[in-house]
Design a protein around this ligand. Sequence first.
Ligand code: PMP
Length: 281
Amino acid sequence: RTAYVNGQYLPLEQAAVSVMDRGFLFADGIYEVSAVLGGRLVDNAGHLARLARSLAEIGISNPHPIEEWVRIETELVSRNGLDEGLVYMQVTRGAAERDFSFPKDAVPTVVAFTQAKTIRANPLAETGAKVVTVPDIRWQRRDIKSVALLAQVLAKQAAAEAGAAEAFMVEDGAITEGSSSTAFIVTREGTIVTRPLSNALLPGITRRAVIALAAEFGLTLEERLFSVEELHGAAEAFYTSASAFVMPVVSVDGETLGEGRPGPVARRLRELYFTFAEARD
Ligand code: PMP
C-alpha cells in the first residue's frame, strides 16, 4: 500500500511522522474520510469543504487548495488500485517541542491513505446491523471532525463486546449520533427523524445527501431530537456514513427493532444513495 506523507508517496511501512507530532501528543488535528465506489470519489466536495471547516475551527491553515487535495486523493486511489473503499486524510498542527499552546512556526503534518472495503456487497446491509446505546462522553465541539476519538473507540468496543456493529450515543436522554455515523429512526407513522445539526454532532455528509434524497422522493423527514425510548419503539432505524452509506438497524440493546429485518424506508434510501453516489463525484 502507498500512503501520502507531507508531499511524498511512500510504501505504508516507510510512511512515518515525528513522535513530537501534536497529533500524537495532544490529538491536535482533524481528519476526513471520503468513500470510493467504482474507483471514483463519492460526494468528495462535501468532505473537502468539511475538512476546510474543521481546520478553520481549530486554527490550522489549510495546507492545500481543494484541487490539490483532489489530486492527492486521486493519486492514492490510482497507486493503490482502489476500486471500492475509503480515502483517509489527516492534518495535525505539526511537530514541535511539547507545549500546549500553538507553536510559532510548526508546519502542519499531512497524511493520507486508502483502505479497501466492501461497500455495495456489505453483508451487514442484508441482515441489518445491531446497535447498542452508550452515554455520549465526548467534548462539546463534536461538529469538528477531530482526531480525538477515544470516546468513539470505547463506544465501538462496547458495541463489539455486545455483538453489535455500532453504538448510538446518548446525551440527556436523546441520541446524538452513532460512534462513526449519523443516527436516524422511522416512526410508526412513517416519518424519518434525525437530530438537527449543532455542536453536539458531526454534520454528516451522507446525512445531508440522504435528507436531500428524502425531499426529492417525497419521503417525510423531520430534524428533531429523538429519545432512546423512541428509538426502541421505532418502526425502523438506520445509520449513515461515508463507509456504511445507509445501514439498516434491526436490534437495539439486544431487543429486536420493528420486524427484525431491514425496513422498507432504509432499504429504499440505501438504493437511492447508491444511485446518487454513482452519478457524481
Ligand atoms: N458522526 C461521526 C461521529 C462520524 O465519525 C461520522 C463518520 N465520518 C459520521 C457522523 C458520518 O459522517 P459522514 O456521513 O460524513 O461520513
